[in-house]
Design a protein around this ligand. Structure first.
Ligand SMILES: C[S@@+](CC[C@H](N)C(=O)[O-])C[C@H]1O[C@@H](n2cnc3c(N)ncnc32)[C@H](O)[C@@H]1O
Length: 355
């Protein structure tokens, strides 16, 4: 009885904490199905966990809220900064002075954005603000504050953009939504508050990594959560194409090769073994072999490649006991089959648990 009561209280605490996570429309985000994931992972015994492809960071945040020692990894620098800000960081916040400083002119500001992206995504003034803010942020000495600031700046750019993507150009669009009416500066201010509110200490040492999953230094985790991009017959899974501007911003385009002939000025796609039909099967084999000694939890959508049966077959080669759980989920546009009918946005979400 007492035990049951303490479990209820714990669930409420987790829910309260989860409500502080800045939700986003990141492609493939599992934010909307966190309760489903929670119901399954709470039955597993584990203290350390790797979120191998963390994306928006929502699942890492769930694990952190559950009191686990979390390592959050994604090969995109933009995702890494969100994880560093909300998962690895347990105590640092942006002060009002930090926010004002980031928004003020910098005496030696770069002008890469103003020069390269003029007229493409934001107004001239907003481009100058971004160049100034990025220069200030690069000079910050605390890595956690730097990530908080970058995560907020990235969120501001995504919210200010219709549909939150950078696959098309043009700045004159307004469907009346508040997000498109308020300034980039205001978006940054609001995002900074949101990210500050998301910071908490769960009593563990949590980490954020920015690595291709196959390059992560060997380390033992009790549980590994796997949610890579799946090849889909209905839409591409190209994160670079959608998010090149904010990924570029997170790196200030250092080491990135802009494809000058493209209208969007995107940079060359960052290669991943999960990119195409040919390499994806081998990638899952490699991944499951790499984490064979951990409980492996895999998120999977019904319209993905490999098929559900193929996924079961691959995972069963590495784990003796595999269970499959499912729930219905409707993705927003920009993820699964958005160019086709709405019906194809409704997918079954599966969670494979291999023990
Ligand atoms: C489906 S999303 C993950 C969504 C995440 N679970 C969430 O709730 O937001 C897939 C992520 O895998 C990352 N990714 C793709 N290939 C990768 C690789 N080889 N190593 C690490 N991350 C990779 C992408 O950058 C993307 O953020």
């Amino acid at each position: 009885m007492t035990f049951a009561r303490s479990v209820v209280v714990r669930h409420e605490q987790i829910n309260t904490q989860l409500a502080r996570f800045p939700s986003s429309r990141y492609m493939g985000s599992k934010h909307a199905i966190l309760p489903f994931i929670y119901e399954i992972v709470k039955e597993q015994e584990f203290s350390t966990v790797l979120d191998a492809c963390s994306g928006s960071g929502a699942v890492s945040y769930l694990f952190k809220s559950m009191g686990k020692a979390v390592t959050s990894n994604d090969f995109l620098r933009s995702c890494f900064h969100t994880a560093q800000a909300c998962i690895a960081n347990s105590s640092e916040h942006l002060t009002q002075d930090d926010i004002e400083c980031i928004l003020a002119p910098h005496p030696a500001a770069n002008d890469f954005i103003a020069q390269t992206f003029r007229g493409l995504y934001f107004t001239d003034e907003e481009n100058v603000l971004l160049d100034n803010a990025a220069t200030h942020i690069m000079g910050m000495t605390s890595p956690f504050k730097q990530s908080l600031a970058l995560a907020a700046l990235i969120r501001a750019c995504l919210r200010r953009r219709p549909r939150g993507i950078f696959t098309y150009t043009g700045i004159r669009y307004d469907d009346g939504r508040r997000d498109l009416q308020i300034s980039l500066e205001q978006h940054f201010r609001e995002a900074a508050i949101l990210f500050n509110q998301a910071v908490f200490d769960n009593g563990q040492i949590n980490k954020a990594c920015n690595s291709d999953i196959f390059q992560l230094p060997a380390q033992q985790f009790d549980l590994v959560y796997v949610d890579p991009p799946y090849v889909s017959p209905h839409s591409d899974n190209d994160y670079t194409r959608r998010y090149h501007f904010v990924e570029g911003l997170a790196r200030y385009w250092q080491g990135l090769e802009i494809q000058e002939k493209t209208q969007t000025k995107k940079f060359r796609r960052l290669p991943s073994s999960f990119d195409n039909k040919k390499s994806i099967y081998q990638a899952f084999h490699r991944l499951f072999a790499q984490f064979q000694d951990s409980i492996i939890v895999v998120s999977y959508s019904s319209n993905g490649i490999p098929s559900k049966d193929e996924m079961l077959d691959i995972l069963a080669q590495y784990k003796h006991n595999v269970t499959i759980h499912e729930c219905d989920h409707r993705y927003s546009f920009g993820t699964h089959g958005h160019k086709l009918s709405n019906e194809q946005n409704i997918v079954k979400e599966f969670l494979f648990v291999g023990r």
